[in-house]
Design a protein around this ligand. Structure first.
Ligand code: MF3
Ligand code: CO
Ligand code: CO
Length: 274
C-alpha cells in the first residue's frame, strides 16, 4: 500500500511513504537545482580532449564551495567524489580519475548539490571533441526519452506512465532501457521514495500527486540492456560494452503537470546537440 506524508512533519528517513512538499519547499528546490544547472552549464566549455575527470571533480567541488553548497555524493555510502563521470560504455557511477578525456568520447556528468538542506540532482551528456554519428543519435534519443517521461507527469497519472513513455520511444528507436537503476524521490533526502522506473506500463506504480518531487534519469543503451558493476563496487558498465547515455532532471509535480527545477538557465540542456 502506498502512503503519502506531509514533508513538513515526516521523519528525515526513507520510510517508503511518499513526501508531499509545499510552496516554500519548491522554492528551496528551485535554488538548489538551479545551482546544479549552473554548474553543469559552466562545465560545457571545460569538457574537451585532454581534460581529466579528476579536474572536473575538483571544479564541481569548488563551484559548490563558492556558492555554499556541498556535493551530496561526497562520502555518500563510501563514494569519494563530488561528481559521477561516466564515459562511453559506463552506464553510471563512473569515478573521476587522472585519465584525460579523448576525442570522440561521450561523458555523462552527474551533479547533486546540497544547498540549505535541499538536493538538486541533474546530469547531462557532453561530447568530447568530434563524436561519431551513432553517439550523437544515442544522446538525442536519450534526451528525448527524458523529455517524454517528463511530459507524462501530472497529478492522477501513475509513475508507470513515465516508464511507458520512455520505454516505448527508446525501443522504437532500436535502443534498450537499463533496468538496474531508476529515478527516485529527492528533496530533503538524496534518495527517497518513490522509485521512478524508466520502463513499464502506465497503470503501474503509485499515483502522482501535487507536491511530489523526484528525478527522472533514463539510461539508454545502443545494445542490450544488461549492466554489470565492476570490482570497484561502483562503476556500472554495459555487459556487451555497447555505448550508453543518460540525462537527468529533478521535477516537482504541480496542479497541472510539473516544473523542471534543473532546466539550464542558459539553454544548455543538451550540450553539443544544439
Ligand atoms: N546522482 C546519482 C543519481 O542520480 C547518484 C550518485 S550516488 C554516488 O541518483 F554515490 F554514486 F555518487
Ligand atoms: Co538521481
Ligand atoms: Co544524479
Amino acid at each position: 500500500m502506498v502512503t503519502y506524508i506531509d514533508a513538513a512533519t515526516a521523519p528525515l528517513k526513507n520510510t517508503g511513504a511518499i513526501r508531499l512538499y509545499g510552496a516554500d519547499d519548491f522554492e528551496g528546490m528551485r535554488r538548489a537545482c538551479q545551482l546544479t544547472a549552473r554548474c553543469l552549464d559552466a562545465l560545457v566549455p571545460m569538457v574537451k580532449p585532454g581534460v581529466t575527470t579528476a579536474a572536473i571533480d575538483n571544479f564541481v567541488f569548488e563551484f559548490g564551495a563558492d556558492h555554499g553548497a556541498i556535493p551530496a555524493t561526497l562520502n555518500y555510502r563510501g563514494y569519494k567524489y563530488s561528481v559521477c563521470t561516466s564515459i562511453n560504455h559506463v552506464v553510471c557511477h563512473g569515478m573521476p580519475d587522472d585519465k584525460p578525456l579523448r576525442d570522440g568520447d561521450i561523458v555523462n556528468i552527474d551533479v547533486t548539490f546540497l544547498l540549505d538542506g535541499w538536493h538538486g540532482d541533474s546530469s547531462r551528456m557532453y561530447p568530447v571533441g568530434n563524436i561519431k554519428r551513432a553517439a550523437e543519435r544515442l544522446m538525442e534519443v536519450t534526451h528525448e526519452c527524458l523529455m517524454r517521461g517528463i511530459a507524462a507527469v501530472r497529478p492522477g497519472a501513475r509513475t508507470g506512465a513515465i516508464g511507458e513513455a520512455i520505454q516505448t520511444y527508446a525501443e522504437a528507436e532500436r535502443c534498450s532501457v537499463v533496468r538496474d537503476f531508476c529515478g527516485h524521490g529527492v528533496g530533503r533526502l538524496f534518495h527517497d521514495s518513490p522509485n521512478i522506473l524508466h520502463y513499464g506500463k502506465a497503470n503501474e506504480g503509485p499515483e502522482l500527486r501535487e507536491g511530489m518531487i523526484f528525478t527522472i534519469e533514463p539510461m539508454i543503451n545502443l545494445g542490450k540492456p544488461h549492466v554489470k558493476v565492476l570490482s570497484d563496487g561502483w562503476t556500472a558498465v554495459t555487459r556487451d560494452r555497447s555505448l550508453t547515455a543518460q540525462y537527468e532532471h529533478t521535477v516537482g509535480v504541480t496542479a497541472t503537470g510539473c516544473e523542471i527545477f534543473t532546466l539550464s538557465p542558459a539553454g544548455l540542456d543538451r550540450p553539443g546537440l544544439g
